[in-house]
Design a protein around this ligand. Sequence first.
Ligand SMILES: [Zn+2]
Length: 108
Amino acid sequence: MSEVLTPESPRWNEFVDALDQAGRAGGCHHDHRLAKRVMTEMGNIDIEESLVFFESRGGFCDCEILINVDPGFWGGAGKAMSKDELSEAAASAEAAGIEPVIGSKRIH
Ligand SMILES: [Zn+2]
């Protein structure tokens, strides 16, 4: 049985980590190619339904999935980030070719 990935999924962190790594390596291509590859490699995931879910949460490309769909990517919803966490998040975004603007909804 295949699973739709959401932030509540037990494998969500595994997905986000792999997507983050893939983004750092090649940057975002303004589509879902990295997310599709990661989900394919993870296996047992309903890729089409997961992408529909991502788009419903503002994840229209790989970097937007990290920023808009993952409530923990910027340090957790509603939780203030420490200076170290902020600079780490900014460095991570920069490495992935993302403009590190917190609160931004559309990247492209
Ligand atoms: Zn993107």
